[in-house]
Write a protein that binds this ligand. Structure first.
Ligand SMILES: [Zn+2]
Length: 262
């Protein structure tokens, strides 16, 4: 099966009760997929799910996971990849140049995707091909706020160990008063209380990102967890992970995404 993450997760929630059919493997791409979602899909379908990386401008896959599922091996026969301005951890915007294309050649095309080159060689047969990490966010989703410098991969980690929530989540950054507000919107599974999930998220944040928990404790920002009904967060095909509403709050109209819990 070749499919997009959001579709396969939706299909899997149906397949969980309606039953699956034998699948040799799954090739999934088009947007990011959390490891939690990958495990869920693999368990239900009893198969391996491999991720690929690419976009419309790359005409399909620019990188694909191997059996190790640890980073994308880059298609370096067709593209030259660069990360021109990496941070201290090597993360930065991925830029590529097409090497052999006659139609729509691209020179240093800025993908807006933030990743890093992975060190060392893979122990699979594709060891000649360099790897990049999973995309940790889009350039426009890295937000500086009272909690610190936040990006989608952090919330993915924080929410990974939290029980009682579904796969989709979204973080809104607002400024209700003088301080920034962080609203973590999650979908609650049946019978799970919002308070229990709220406690678990704060505990997980404390353990994984103590600096952020300290900013919260010092009152640099407020954080709340908003529980939504399963299946209601995603109104379009793709769900933006982090939405910074502060820019619009003082403008003409605050563009609160649809499906916002009251
Ligand atoms: Zn490999």
């Amino acid at each position: 099966m070749v499919v997009e993450p959001s579709w396969i997760v939706s299909l899997t929630t149906i397949a969980e009760s309606a039953g699956t059919w034998p699948v040799k493997l799954m090739l999934v791409g088009g947007e990011n997929m959390s490891e939690r979602s990958r495990r869920y899909v693999e368990e239900v379908w009893k198969t391996d799910l491999y991720l690929t990386y690419g976009q419309t401008e790359s005409f399909g896959s620019a990188g694909t996971e191997c059996a190790r599922k640890n980073g994308y091996h880059l298609q370096e026969l067709k593209f030259w990849f660069e990360i021109p301005e990496p941070d201290d951890h090597g993360h930065g915007e991925l830029v590529f140049t097409t090497l052999s294309r006659r139609v729509m050649p691209l020179l240093r095309y800025r993908t807006s995707d933030v990743a890093r080159f992975m060190e060392g060689t893979c122990d699979c047969d594709l060891k000649m091909l360099r790897r990049i990490s999973k995309i940790i966010g889009r350039c426009d989703e890295m937000v500086n706020c009272g909690l610190g410098n936040i990006s989608p991969w952090m919330f993915e980690k924080v929410l990974e160990g939290v029980n009682g929530i579904a796969h989709d989540w979204q973080v809104l950054v607002t400024r209700p008063g003088l301080r920034d507000g962080i609203e973590i919107r999650v979908e609650l599974l049946d019978g799970v209380s919002q308070q229990a999930v709220d406690r678990a998220i704060r505990k997980s944040l404390q353990e994984l990102f103590p600096d952020m928990a300290r900013n919260l404790a010092m009152g640099l920002c407020e954080m709340k967890v908003a529980g939504a009904v399963r299946g209601t967060l995603r109104t379009g095909r793709k769900l933006r992970s982090i939405v910074d509403l502060r820019k619009t709050l003082f403008g003409a109209e605050a563009a609160v995404p649809s499906g916002h819990p009251a």
